[in-house]
Design a protein around this ligand. Structure first.
Ligand code: SF4
Length: 488
């Protein structure tokens, strides 16, 4: 192997690998370090997760927070904010969950991780390992122990939502997260499923989820009051939405970062990459300027995409797939110190578009990942709504994932295809999806969920002028199975 190749293999931060010289295979340090971090967490308690202390997801439109995006969001109480501006993150509720972890009790809200840790042979790594590894250090683990349950740690990873303004109406989204959804159900009413109304504004209002301009203003002000203090320790900042490129606070953060460079900052934005052209151009201009001024260490664009081509557009109602892909390519070609993570919130449609998705990723990597990894992928599995989850598929459909596994295995990254192929930890995540799917059981609940699936998409097709089977002809057999079941 040439010296140049060695340099590329070993010197890319965030993408370090270990080479087995005898076989030529490579192992990502990301995977092995997540395994090491898990052992260290387990030494504190089998339920310990640093995300509960240092990872915060805050939605300023609903006034709710989560320790990562898996547990249900809980309320940020206005009275807690009066004496503690970090109560946007360090809520009393979250402190109780930390206490459970320290005592070795599994917080019920983290069931997403416990399901993965308990599935199959019990060897699967959950996000407890990956999220903690994102910012792990021995000192930070000790700091969390010293803070205990009651302290007020400053997040190292913050995901923030300023607004629910969005131009898309993704199938699994809802009116409190997307104004396009809000407009649809305001005009056409909720979706009638087998025993309830889905995305019903009255229900969402009753749950306190519907944003109001006054409520949002109050939380956005609390955020900007906390921001200068918070910014000092922050290592990862991710702006989500809605579509964050439609909101002025996004550009205000970029301006702040430009004025207050932070050399260790990982700045991130979750986008559908399909906003009006003028906003896309404004965004690109700011990223280029920040990179030129060394205002951050790295900028990661998270491209939300659960399927490929017209199949992606079907799931993400309103998406112009070609435009969004064109924008992503423009971003890859014209910006420095940046990369793209394609986030596939893995749902039933992802299964029926899996091969095309993997081929699309491979093509992007082969074109753009020349001397470092510029295209990443992630596969969080969709939990809600459950009638869109992979759990409703008969276990035979796991065969599609198996084919995907074989495709990934035959295109794994090697010394000679560095940055071009798939990574071992990506393969692990796909195998976890496979383990989940072969555990799918037939039950009355599954049958009801399948009924909801067809009810929802029949109605959505009516409202949008789409046709499920025209876009997904490969779902014909599954839909026929549901129809046959309903006749019984
Ligand atoms: S859901 Fe998992 S990653 Fe998130 S806080 Fe709980 S244990 Fe940690």
């Amino acid at each position: 192997m040439s010296e140049d190749k060695n340099k590329n293999l070993n010197n890319i931060r965030g993408d370090q690998v270990t080479v087995d010289e005898s076989t030529g295979s490579i192992t990502s340090d990301y995977l092995s370090s997540a395994k090491i971090v898990l052992k260290k967490l387990n030494n504190v308690s089998k339920c310990m997760c640093l995300a509960k202390w240092y990872y915060s997801s805050i939605n300023l439109t609903t006034g709710k927070t989560q320790s990562c995006y898996h547990p249900p969001a809980h309320d940020i109480l206005a009275n807690e904010l009066v004496t503690n501006s970090s109560a946007l993150h360090n809520t009393k509720y979250k402190k109780n969950q930390r206490a459970k972890m320290l005592k070795g009790e599994r917080p019920a809200e983290c069931q997403y991780c416990w399901n993965i840790e308990d599935a199959g042979d019990g060897e699967q790594l959950s996000d407890r390992a990956y999220r903690s590894a994102d910012f792990f250090s021995e000192d930070l683990l000790q700091e969390a122990i010293d803070f205990g349950a009651e302290g007020n740690p400053s997040p190292r990873f913050l995901e923030i939502v300023f607004s629910n303004h969005c131009n898309l109406k993704c199938s699994y989204c809802s009116p409190h997260q997307s104004t396009a959804w809000y407009e649809d159900v305001s005009k056409n009413g909720p979706y009638r499923l087998h025993d309830h109304a889905h995305n019903d504004l009255r229900g969402l209002a009753w749950l306190g989820l519907l944003p109001s301009p006054e409520k949002t203003k109050k939380y956005v002000e609390a955020f900007w009051a906390w921001w200068p203090e918070l910014y000092k320790e922050l290592k990862h900042l991710k702006i989500s939405g809605g579509e964050p490129l439609l909101d002025e606070n996004t550009y205000k953060v970029f301006d702040y970062v430009l004025q207050n460079p932070k050399k260790d900052l990982q700045l991130m934005l979750m986008s559908n990459c399909n906003p009006p052209q003028a906003l896309w151009d404004k965004f690109l201009k700011q990223i280029k300027e920040m990179a030129k001024q060394n205002s951050f260490d790295h900028f990661m664009l998270f491209y939300s995409l659960d399927a490929w081509g017209n199949k992606a557009a079907y799931v993400r109602n309103g998406l112009k797939f070609s435009e969004s892909l064109h924008n992503v390519k423009e971003f890859l070609e014209s910006t420095e110190k940046t990369s793209v993570t394609v986030t596939s919130t893995f749902n039933i449609f992802s299964v029926f578009s899996f091969k095309e998705f993997l081929e699309g990723i491979l093509e992007l990597r082969q074109k753009y990942s020349t001397d470092r990894q510029k295209i990443w992928i992630d596969f969080p599995t969709l939990g809600a709504p459950d009638w869109l989850s992979i759990k409703i598929l008969p276990k035979e459909y796991a065969a599609v994932i198996k084919e995907g596994i074989e495709f990934v295995e035959s295109n794994l990254e090697t010394q000679d295809t560095r940055f071009k192929g798939f990574k071992d930890f990506e393969l692990e995540k796909i195998k976890t999806i496979y383990s989940q799917m072969i555990s799918n059981e037939e039950s009355d609940k599954t049958k009801k969920l399948r009924k909801d699936f067809t009810k929802f998409f029949n109605e959505q097709d009516k409202r949008s002028g789409n046709n499920l089977l025209n876009v997904f002809p490969n779902m014909k057999e599954f839909i026929s199975q549901i129809e046959a079941q309903e006749k019984l």
